[in-house]
Design a protein around this ligand. Structure first.
Ligand SMILES: NC(=O)c1ccc[n+]([C@@H]2O[C@H](COP(=O)([O-])OP(=O)(O)OC[C@H]3O[C@@H](n4cnc5c(N)ncnc54)[C@H](OP(=O)(O)O)[C@@H]3O)[C@@H](O)[C@H]2O)c1
Length: 243
């Protein structure tokens, strides 16, 4: 179904993993996509592989979401977008006492501030146009916590209060904002996880398997096309948080 024809979206982390799966799903539904990440070549590859109908001129933008200057450039290049997806993120696998303070700063800067900056810069135009949808990729660890992921979980938990608050501020402008909380999803991010940690995560997932990026993209598509849903945390975790 081409439900997103005529809509433009900007997807951070769109060169790989969950962000790329969302871009693929949205482009198939007719949206024009701008993908954002730090490395140019994967962005080029991603854009060239997206479905293209007439008027679908997908683009990319190189930059770091934790850097306000990127968002200034993004808004200049692409002032009015219909859907913002904040998927760029970085993980942690170290106990707090073994995590360098620079890494702590970076996790909060990218995962939390990056999403807040993106929303701050694009909400203004969405509010003016009285339409818009913002989707943040949080994590189930925001709800359950996880040893070795304290700063990551804190940065993602911050999105819970942010979305609850912004839903109140944005609804009167017909702008919706939601989080997706994925459980363990097979991407580059999880490829590096130690096999014993993977086995434990699998045991704790009642459906007995890890999720796919395409399954998270289905959830993003649902949020993009569901006009009565705002301020929510949508869990896609194979039951991980229910145990
Ligand atoms: N995979 C999981 O199991 C899982 C579970 C829960 C939540 N999540 C969340 O889902 C999101 C996507 O994760 P993923 O698994 O798809 O990871 P991934 O495969 O490692 O992809 C991460 C993407 O984000 C980009 N990125 C990273 N840091 C960036 C920065 N500072 N500025 C701009 N772009 C940046 C990467 O490109 P460059 O490196 O080129 O910048 C890449 O496109 C993250 O927010 C993650 O926390 C993932």
């Amino acid at each position: 179904m081409l439900d997103l024809v005529g809509r433009s979206c900007l997807i951070t982390g769109g060169s790989k993993g969950i962000g790329l799966a969302i871009a693929t799903r949205f482009a198939q539904a007719g949206a024009v996509c701008t993908l954002v990440a730090r490395d140019e070549q994967p962005l080029r590859n991603a854009v060239s592989n997206l479905a293209k109908c007439e008027h679908q001129n997908h683009r990319f933008l190189v930059g770091d979401v934790g850097d306000r200057e990127l968002w200034e450039r993004a808004v200049k290049l692409n002032p009015g977008i219909d859907i913002l997806v904040n998927s760029a993120g970085q993980s942690q696998s170290s106990l707090l006492l073994r995590t360098p303070v620079e890494e702590i700063d970076n996790l909060v800067r990218v995962n939390l501030l990056g999403t807040i900056y993106g929303t701050r810069f694009y909400f203004k135009e969405m509010a003016r146009l009285r339409k818009g949808c913002i989707i943040n990729i949080s994590s189930i660890l925001a709800s359950t916590g996880g040893g070795g992921s304290s700063v990551y979980a804190a940065s993602k938990s911050g999105l819970h209060g942010f979305v609850k608050s912004m839903a109140k501020e944005a609804s009167r402008f017909n702008v919706r904002i939601n989080n997706i909380l994925p459980g363990y999803i097979e991407t580059n991010m999880t490829a590096a996880v130690h096999s014993s940690a993977k086995a434990e995560a699998l045991m704790q997932t009642p459906l007995g398997r890890f999720g796919t990026a395409a399954e998270v993209a289905d959830a993003a598509y649902y949020l993009a096309t569901s006009d009565f849903v705002t301020g929510t945390d949508l869990i896609i975790d194979g039951g991980y948080a229910s145990r």
